[in-house]
Design a protein around this ligand. Structure first.
Ligand code: UDP
Ligand code: MG
Length: 330
């Protein structure tokens, strides 16, 4: 039993993509929090903050470098190009697992309340291997984000994916949980779905979400769409099954149509059915295209997975540790 653990080394992992506006203020707040945690004896002296630059095109890396030079608590990792939020978090955690007892991941805009960290660590000290951050409300989100999030979580539930509603990537993971996560080799990453699948002892911390203070959201519509499709396709084959059911249904309707047509043919009701024919062309055409699309998503993902390409590759690493690590994932 791991109950009542010793205080440990914390690594705070922060994914950053074009965050030049927010980074300095956020780093200051995070450092303040880290100093406070250390001073109160909650975490060990060796605790660090790791910024993962996800291929930013602005001054993000320069800022991280300057922060690294002026603070021994700060480390930096840099991707050569944009690999996405999920990969940035994963890379940070997989790097950190070599040095720490547990990680907390948090967004660079600090929309998530840093003051919830004590509660995350409290749950870890009591034996949780994973502590999920669940947001109290979505009041700070715009109408579109709220709507898309609701549709997303509802469809994930419908597809049997085990996921906490409104869970964010603000999360604590122990070394044991990180080691388990490192065994998951998929390229199309959806951490919010994979992590509950690990199945270790977990708990939930509720936290407040604030509006983004600097810069704009780095989650474009296409990134959100990719994340949602990754989420659904990596956890469920239900959509393919639904396509199959739709096919059976269409066949049954087709069968009745044949009977109907034969009947019409012999009993002479040859009413011109322009609108109904046109409608069925569109509806069936749409259904066929949608079904092909769904199958295509799965086939495409299969193709990407079988190539076993690395998920990320560190271009630069800023660290004062002696340990030389592989720049490549796993
Ligand atoms: N992010 C990233 N790579 C991307 C997009 C976003 O590392 O391709 C980071 C971003 O810098 C931030 C976090 O992911 O730290 C969440 O992004 P953002 O705050 O823009 O998303 P939102 O809060 O609008 O959902
Ligand atoms: Mg944000």
């Amino acid at each position: 039993m791991d109950n009542n653990r010793q205080k440990g080394i914390l690594y705070i992992v922060v994914p950053c993509f074009n965050e030049e506006e927010a980074l300095e203020t956020s780093a200051e707040k995070l450092l303040e929090k880290l100093y406070e945690l250390k001073a109160n004896g909650v975490v060990c002296e060796e605790s660090r903050i790791v910024f993962v630059d996800d291929g930013s095109k602005d001054r993000t890396w320069e800022i991280i470098k300057a922060l690294y030079e002026s603070h021994e608590e700060i480390k930096g990792l840099r991707f050569a190009h944009n690999r996405g939020h999920q990969n940035a978090i994963l890379a940070g955690m997989m790097y950190a697992v070599k040095y720490c007892d547990f990680t907390i991941t948090i967004d660079a805009d600090l929309q998530q309340d840093v003051n919830a960290m004590e509660r995350f660590i409290g749950a870890y000290m009591e034996g949780s291997e994973i502590v999920y951050g669940v947001r109290n409300s979505r009041d700070t989100d715009g109408f579109f984000k709220k709507l898309s999030a609701t549709i997303f979580y509802k469809s994930m539930k419908l597809m049997d994916c085990n996921i906490y509603e409104n869970s964010a990537d603000y999360r604590l993971m122990s070394r044991k949980a990180l080691e388990a996560l490192s065994e998951y080799g998929e390229v199309n990453l959806f951490l919010r779905g994979i992590i509950p699948d690990i199945g270790l002892k977990s708990s939930v911390v509720h936290f407040e979400v604030f509006p983004r203070m600097q810069g704009e959201s780095k989650y474009s519509l296409s990134k959100m769409f990719t994340l949602a499709v990754d989420g659904i396709t990596s956890f469920s084959i239900k959509p393919i099954r639904m396509v199959f059911m739709m096919g059976i249904l269409a066949l049954m309707v087709g069968f009745f149509m044949i009977i109907h047509i034969i009947y019409e043919h012999y009993f002479g009701y040859t009413v011109s059915g322009w609108s109904s024919i046109l409608m069925s062309i569109w509806v069936l055409g749409g259904a066929v295209l949608l079904s092909l699309g769904i199958i295509g998503e799965y086939v495409g993902r299969n193709y990407l997975e079988t190539k076993h390409r690395p998920r990320y590759y560190f271009w630069e690493i800023l660290s004062r540790d002696e340990n030389v690590i592989d720049t490549k994932d796993q």
